[in-house]
Design a protein around this ligand. Structure first.
Ligand SMILES: [Fe+2]
Ligand SMILES: [Fe+2]
Length: 316
C-alpha cells in the first residue's frame, strides 16, 4: 500500500486509488445491476411501470459496469481477479440460463470481457485514468443513491400491504443495506481513504456476517420443500452466521482482540462458499428443485468471494 500526503492528511496514492476503486466498482456495479433485475422479475402484472423502472436501473448499471470494465484492464489488483468476486466460473452460464427462463437479455459479451481482465503489473501513475475513475465513482454513487430510493419505496409499499411482490421483504431490506454499504465505500474513496484498513475490518465483519446469515435463510426459504437435507444445511448456516454477527458486534463494542472472530468468520465463510458453489452448480445442472433463479445463486456466491477476500482469502 502506498500513501501520499495532501494538505497534511495521509491519503491513498493514485495507483492504489485506481486499483481499489475499480475492484470495488467491478464487484458492486454487477451486484446493483442484478438487484435491479431481481426486483424487475418479481413484480405482479399490474405493476408494469415499476417493473419498467427496475429494467431501466438494470440497463444503467450495466452501462456503468461496462465503463468500469473498459477502465479495469491492466488497472485492477490480482486479488480482485483471483477472488472471483466480479465473475465466477458460473456467471456466464447462469446469465444464459436466466435469460432463457425470463426472456430478459444479458450482456454475456461483457461477462466474457471481465473474464479476461489483466491485473495491474506496475505502479504507473496516470492522471487521466485517475480522473476517469473518479468520475465513474461519482456516477456510480449517484445511480446507487437513486436505486436506494427506489428500493425503499418498494419496501415501504410491501410492508404496508399496498403492493405484492415475489421477493421477501427481508430481501429488499438486505439489498438496500448492500447499496448503502457501496455508497459508504465510494464516499471514503472520494476522500482518498483506504477502504481496506484493518481498523475497519470488524465493521465489515459485522456487516457481511449478517448478509451471509440472510443468504442462508433466503436459500432455505426458496428451496423446494422436498430438498430437506439442503434446507437443513442452509438453516444451520443461518444460525452459525447469526452467532458470528453477534460475536463480531460484541468484539466491535468492546474493542477487544478481533483475531478470534475473524478466524471463525473466515472458516465458516469458506464452508458457505462451497455450499453456494455446489448449489449454483446443482441448479444449473437441473439437479436441485427450487424457485431460486440461477443468477441469484451466482450472485450470493460472489458476495461470499468478496467477503473472503476482505478476510484475507483472495485465492480461490
Ligand atoms: Fe446482493
Ligand atoms: Fe447479499
Amino acid at each position: 500500500m502506498y500513501y501520499a500526503i495532501k494538505g497534511g492528511d495521509v491519503v491513498l496514492a493514485q495507483y492504489d486509488f485506481i486499483k481499489m476503486s475499480l475492484g470495488l466498482d467491478l464487484f458492486f456495479l454487477r451486484i446493483m445491476k442484478e438487484h435491479s433485475f431481481f426486483l424487475e422479475i418479481a413484480f405482479m402484472p399490474k405493476d408494469r411501470r415499476v417493473r419498467e423502472k427496475a429494467g431501466i436501473f438494470r440497463q444503467k448499471f450495466e452501462q456503468l459496469l461496462s465503463d468500469a470494465t473498459d477502465l479495469a484492464n491492466g488497472n485492477v489488483s490480482k486479488d480482485t481477479i483471483n477472488s472471483h468476486q466480479a465473475v465466477t466460473r458460473f456467471t456466464g452460464e447462469a446469465e444464459r440460463v436466466t435469460e432463457f427462463y425470463t426472456g430478459i437479455p444479458f450482456n454475456i459479451e461483457l461477462t466474457k470481457r471481465e473474464e479476461v481482465l489483466q491485473p495491474a503489473e506496475f505502479g504507473i501513475q496516470n492522471v487521466k485514468t485517475e480522473q476517469a475513475v473518479d468520475s465513474l465513482n461519482r456516477r456510480a454513487y449517484q445511480q446507487t443513491a437513486e436505486l436506494v430510493m427506489f428500493k425503499e419505496h418498494i419496501l415501504e409499499s410491501v410492508r404496508s400491504c399496498r403492493m405484492f411482490t415475489a421477493n421477501y421483504p427481508l430481501l429488499i431490506e438486505h439489498i438496500i443495506r448492500e447499496a448503502k454499504h457501496y455508497m459508504k465505500m465510494l464516499s471514503k474513496l472520494s476522500r482518498k481513504e483506504n477502504i481496506m484498513s484493518q481498523e475497519d475490518l470488524i465493521n465489515q465483519e459485522i456487516f457481511w456476517n449478517r448478509q451471509m446469515a440472510e443468504h442462508a435463510k433466503f436459500i432455505a426459504g426458496l428451496l423446494d420443500p422436498t430438498e430437506e437435507t439442503l434446507i437443513e444445511t442452509a438453516n444451520m448456516f443461518g444460525d452459525e452466521f447469526d452467532e458470528l454477527t453477534a460475536e463480531a458486534e460484541k468484539a466491535g463494542r468492546q474493542a477487544m482482540n478481533i483475531a478470534g472472530v475473524t478466524e471463525k468468520s473466515r472458516h465458516e465463510t469458506m464452508k458457505l462458499q462451497d455450499f453456494k458453489a455446489a448449489g449454483t452448480k446443482g441448479i444449473l445442472e437441473c439437479k436441485i428443485q427450487s424457485i431460486i433463479i440461477p443468477l441469484l445463486g451466482d450472485h450470493v456466491l460472489r458476495e461470499a468471494n468478496h467477503y473472503l477476500c476482505l478476510l484475507g482469502v483472495c485465492q480461490n
